[in-house]
Design a binder for this molecule. Structure first.
Ligand code: BES
Ligand code: MN
Ligand code: ZN
Length: 499
């Protein structure tokens, strides 16, 4: 979708969108439209139940005596309660209300609002960001969709005072949206299209933005001793890859430790020999979402030229049952030297991450590591599809992540780590086993497993199994792949690591 900004004048034709505050207090542009329609706006408001509340809207079609095709009034709620997140939701709502109505372009009129803490230029930028985020659609394989079901809206022009400042505020947001879209594309693609080799190719495309990208082959990983990751991959005809992406946005600090993001990239998770039931197994195409988020995040950071030195590492494998597949009871040796008895071949994500985390820690000695993984079904039992699980050995990092999540609307909830849980993965045969005792605390025992591969590095693990794919539309996230994590980690970086 095309976003443009121009200075505020009252359009006389086409589609115009104006804000209305709580209690039907008209913004200046809404007043001007009311005049242009000879009181049509106020009449429409009186004839409806519209109150200017947040999330509500009212449409006037082709008001008589004017050349407007459509006027859309959007509720902004109380001026003092307007926040960036809420302006994004307004943008998303505008997109959803207008995308399939036959219009190619619409004009949004953004006034300054009394008693509002936000500048109109920032409100304009956030609204644009929200509209773009909502406009995502994965339809490349739908060859027979009827034309009248397809979106027509191609451009939103936002009119506000000092449009140059709005354009400037929006520029980095547009780059973050590019990263979000890349992640959504990667998780939406089926596993016959996105597998380790093709996912690595996608990551290599970031070199155009100045990201240094290396791809480790199976032979190289074998040399490094990544027996945990390779054990998962051995049942598949697709050879595993590890991708290392480096963005050096602050060359002056090149000698200092970078920050690091690590992703689980299981391009399809059948469960292996501990095979999953067939119902819903197609969802396991997005078991690479952790790596999809790391790749999209690198795109966002490089795209907006973030002043930070960051490393992204993703471990890419396919988990399949076959004659060469790993068996329950097999013992593997991870790169760290620690041995693992593989009790359940479906607890594969932690095996992949064990080597990816250890490799990242050893090679880069980062300031901190955050890993993302669709790691456990148990986190969905805990938190549903509303928040992701946050596990960390470092309160400062955990608190910063929590705050960033609240600010962008990607909620996290802190979950426990403790020695009593760590004990549950002790094992008689090897240094540890890859599942806990019994069924309790499944997300925490998985996190305890990862913790054994991070040493003393400040670290956080985000279990995104419940939030990666959405069954219903939300204001800035259409149903499907959410890219949960890209905006959150971009915000973490922007707030704390770009000085
Ligand atoms: N990829 C799954 C977790 C998952 C489940 C993600 C549902 C999204 C939706 C993971 O590899 C897995 O299979 N975990 C097992 C672990 C168990 C065998 C200890 C699980 O959660 O059942
Ligand atoms: Mn699994
Ligand atoms: Zn998995």
């Amino acid at each position: 979708m095309k976003i443009s900004f121009a200075n505020l004048t009252l359009p006389k034709t086409g589609v115009a969108v104006v804000g209305v505050l709580d209690g039907n207090v008209l913004s200046n542009s809404a007043k001007a439209l009311d005049k242009a329609t000879k009181g049509g706006l106020k009449r429409a408001i009186r004839a409806s139940r519209f109150k200017g509340s947040r999330g509500h809207s009212l449409t006037l079609l082709a008001p008589g005596g004017t050349k407007y095709e459509r006027l859309l009034l959007v509720g902004l709620g109380k001026p003092g309660e307007i926040t960036p997140k809420r302006m994004q939701a307004v943008g998303g709502l505008i997109y959803a209300a207008l995308s399939t109505k036959g219009h190619g372009t619409v004009q949004v009129l953004m006034d300054s609002i009394d008693k509002c803490k936000m500048k109109p230029t920032d409100m304009a930028a956030e609204l644009a960001f929200g509209a773009v985020l909502r406009s995502y659609r994965f339809d490349k394989y739908r060859t027979k969709e009827k034309a009248h079901d397809k979106p027509t809206l191609k451009a939103i022009n936002i009119l506000c005072k000092n449009s140059a400042a709005a354009r400037k505020a929006y520029a980095p947001m547009g780059k973050v949206a590019d990263g979000v879209f890349m992640t959504r594309n990667l998780v939406s693609e089926p596993a016959n299209v996105i597998y380790p080799e093709t996912l690595a190719k996608q990551a290599q495309g970031l070199s155009k933005l100045g990201v240094k990208v290396e791809v480790l082959s199976e032979a190289q990983m074998r040399k490094l001793g990544m027996g945990a990751l390779l054990g998962v991959a051995q049942g598949s005809v697709r050879s595993p890859k590890m991708v290392i992406m480096q963005w050096t946005g602050n060359p002056k600090k090149k000698k200092e430790a970078p920050i690091a993001f690590v992703g689980k990239g299981v391009t399809f998770d059948t469960g292996g020999i501990s095979i999953k039931p067939s119902g819903g197994m197609e969802d396991m195409k997005w078991d690479m979402a952790g790596s999809g988020v790391v790749i999209g995040l690198m795109k966002a950071l490089a795209g907006r030229k973030a002043k930070v030195n960051v490393v992204g590492v993703v471990g890419l494998v396919e988990n399949m049952p076959s004659g060469s597949a790993q068996r329950p009871g097999d013992v593997v040796t991870s790169m760290s030297g620690q041995t693992i008895e593989v009790i359940n071949t479906d607890a594969e994500g932690r095996l992949v991450l064990a080597d990816a985390l250890w490799y990242t820690k050893e090679r880069f000695k980062p300031k901190f590591m955050v890993n993302l993984a669709t790691l456990t079904g148990a986190i969905i039992v805990c938190l549903g599809h509303e928040k992701a699980g946050l596990f960390s050995n470092n309160d400062l990092l955990a608190n910063r992540l929590f705050k960033a999540g609240e600010d962008v609307g990607e909620g996290l909830w802190r979950m426990p780590l403790a020695d009593v849980y760590d004990k549950m993965i002790n094992c008689d045969v090897a240094d540890m086993k890859n599942v806990g005792d019994g069924r309790g605390a499944g997300s925490t025992t998985a996190a305890q497993f990862l913790k054994r591969y991070v040493g003393k590095t400040p670290w956080a693990h985000l279990d995104i199994a419940g939030v990666t794919w959405s069954a219903k539309d939300a204001p800035t996230v259409p149903k499907g792949g959410t890219a949960f994590g890209v905006r959150l980690l971009d915000r973490l970086v922007a707030d704390h690591y770009e000085k």
